[in-house]
Structure formats: C-alpha cells, structure tokens
Design a protein around this ligand. Structure first.
Ligand code: ADP
Ligand code: MG
Length: 359
C-alpha cells in the first residue's frame, strides 16, 4: 500500500462564524455561531476564548468560556495543538510513518502494537461497522485509493471492473480486530488496511473535549471541519448555535441552524469531494457492498449523537445507506438526522422526528 505524505484534501474543512469570526472552508461544512443574548441580571459575561488552527488537512476551532479559575490560554493552545499533532501523526493515511500506514503495510497475523488512541478509534469504527451492517467500513481503504480519493488523487474516471473486484477482496471489517489492553490491532487477511478519514476528526474532537474538561472547562465548542462537539452554553448562557451547510458544490450558505447543549453533530456529503464522469457524480463515500462510490441523490446527512466519533462515522454510514434505507434506519433508532436530497427542483430536506424536536 502506498501511503503518501500529503496535507490532504480528503479531510473536510469547516466554516465557523462566531458573530463575524470566520475561517475558510472547502468540504462538508458545518457553521456555528454563538449569539449574544440579554441576561436577566447584568453580570459580566465570562471571557470566550477561541483557539483556531489547522489539523488533518483542514481547519479547527476550539472555543471555551473561561471558568471561575481561568485556564491559562497559552497552555490550552499548546496542549490542544500538541494533541492534534499526535493524533494526526498516528491516524493519517497521508503519512507513510503513521501507525495506520505501518499497520497497512504489515503482512503478518500477530497483534500489532499501536497507541491507545488508535486502538480505541478502530474499536469504535468496528462497532459502527457492525451497527450499520458494513455500510461504514474502516477497511475500505483499497477502494478509496482505487477510486482516486486517497493520498494520490489521480482519477477522474471509473476504474476497470477487475480492479474493483480485486480491491473488494481486500476489504472487510470482519477481518480486523482491535484490542485495548495492551492496545493493538490484528488482521486475519494480510492485505487489510485501515482508513480512519471518516471518523478521525470526530474522535479528535472528543479527545479535545476530554482535555478541556481536564483543564476545568464546562462550556465549550470544539469544531474540526464538519465535526462538532459541544457542552454547556456560549456567552451569556445561550446554547451553542450550529449552522448546517447547504450542500452547494461551490459557494457557501447555511441550510439551517440548530441549537446544541451537550451533544455532537457531524455532516457527511458528496458535494465537496467528488468527480463527474459521463454526467454522473462519483462521491468520495464508497459503498463497500458494491465497491463503488455512492451515486444516489443524497447530498448530505447531518446527525446528532453523544460523541463526535460516533456522529462522524454514522454520518458517513448513513450516506452509504442512502436517502430511503438510511432515513428509515435513522428513524428506527430515533436518531436526530437531517437528510438533504438533490432534486431537479433544488434541495429537499428530510428530517427525522428526533431532528424535528431540535428546532
Ligand atoms: P470527510 O472526509 O469530508 O470528513 P466523511 O467523514 O464522510 O467525510 O469521510 C469520508 C472519507 O472516509 C472518504 O474520503 C474515505 O477516505 C473514507 N470512506 C469512504 N467511504 C467509506 C465507508 N463506506 N466507510 C468508512 N470510510 C469511508
Ligand atoms: Mg464521517
């Protein structure tokens, strides 16, 4: 497997608006805003700290309200940045020396020692694979590369059928195991490799949230591209407000805004990372059951969950399942989801009942 170093277009970018604060973005996008509200008692608002930066080929923004024992901002900035660097180094398919790439190149069947984070994120990936009947599949890497959505983005047209069949033989989450103690991965087929692109940013948002809690923050919002995790409220007690992108191929607009308290939200879609051939749109989300990118008219799925890793992975899984089966799947599990479909007459929204309640 050819893990190349690249600062990566496969990770999503996010736009964030905090009043007027804005970061540039280029893929599945969530936008969030913290609106000022009038407090009944005029007491000074806690200071809102914003730590912007870049990670995993995209942008992040960490916001927290200073608790009564203030967190040293420089320390928080340094630690958040170091944590993200560490996760990127271990989980990126764009770096040949990452644990994930080294595990992909390893051909043996013994337990392969990895960091606790990698073991945890792969274990969570396997749970989501099972939950979605393999629609989300953390071993989809050979197909992602074959279709040109990996580190080398060189296609623009569908690969030949035998190559698809060959790559499919090298995919299968059932051939992968994760162990937490001591942390390690194991494969029952030598060519199994791992692609964490659909869950790593969510996992990283959870890790930052945990770190902020350790520092004493109880009101925060962590956004890495289209994956957000919130707790508590923004300035002057108002809930964090999160904007869901209109799934436009270019340009940017907000489809709708939701208010979140202690929850994570993620969007996955086909509108930033795709190619077209013979009038067909081929998305970077691959259906492991067919070995092909999804080609249905589902432009994006947004889902609210407790953790960001789960939301990130499920958003991708629901995109694979598609506008009907995915929607029914989400309704059955009472998940709060927004499906946006592309039709001849524009975008059409499908909200699950749980999402309706968020409004
Ligand atoms: P983004 O990359 O924009 O954050 P997603 O979270 O949906 O969007 O992740 C998509 C990425 O996940 C793809 O670029 C690919 O690397 C990988 N991927 C594609 N299809 C699947 C799948 N069925 N299961 C798991 N990962 C996938
Ligand atoms: Mg995802």
């Amino acid at each position: 497997m050819s893990c190349a170093t690249k600062s990566g277009a496969s990770f999503q970018l996010a736009a964030m608006i905090d009043g007027i604060h804005k970061l540039e973005a280029c893929a599945t996008v969530l936008t969030f805003a913290c609106l000022l509200a009038t407090a009944a008692e005029p007491k000074p608002a806690a200071e809102l700290v914003t730590l912007p930066g870049r990670t995993m080929g995209t942008v992040y923004s960490v916001k927290f309200l200073q608790p009564s024992a203030p967190i040293p901002v420089e320390q928080a900035r340094r630690e958040v940045s170091a944590l993200l660097d560490r996760l990127e180094q271990t989980m990126s398919t764009y770096r040949e020396d990452s644990e994930i790439c080294r595990f992909g190149a390893y051909r043996g069947g013994d337990w392969f020692a990895v960091s606790a984070d990698t073991a945890r994120v792969v274990a969570e990936s396997l749970r989501v694979s099972e939950l979605t009947g393999g629609a989300f599949d953390v071993t989809v890497d050979p197909l992602v590369r074959l279709w040109g959505f990996g580190p080398r983005r060189e296609t623009g047209e569908p690969p030949p059928e035998p190559a698809i069949a060959d790559a499919r033989r090298r995919v299968g989450w059932g051939k992968l195991q994760a162990r937490l103690d001591p942390p390690a991965l194991r494969k029952s087929s030598p060519e199994i490799s791992v692609d964490l692109s659909a869950i790593a940013k969510g996992y990283a948002a959870d890790a930052i949230a945990a770190h902020l809690e350790k520092l004493g923050a109880t009101n925060y919002l962590v956004a890495i591209s289209g994956d957000l995790r919130t707790r508590g409220h923004g300035q002057q007690g108002r809930p964090w407000r999160v904007g869901v992108d209109k799934p436009l191929d270019d340009g940017r607009a907000i489809q709708r805004i939701v208010e979140l308290k202690n929850a994570a939200i993620s969007t996955s879609g086909d509108y930033r990372n795709f190619f077209t051939d013979a009038g067909r749109r081929y998305s970077h989300v691959i259906d492991p059951r067919t070995g092909r990118p999804v080609t249905h008219n589902l432009a994006s799925v947004t889902i609210v969950q407790e953790t960001s890793a789960r939301a990130d992975a499920l958003a991708t899984g629901l995109v694979v399942l598609g506008p009907e089966a995915g929607y029914a799947f989400a309704v059955k599990r009472s998940w709060a989801c927004l499906f946006i479909l592309r039709t001849n007459t524009g975008f059409v929204e499908k909200l699950t009942p749980a999402f309706e309640k968020l409004r």
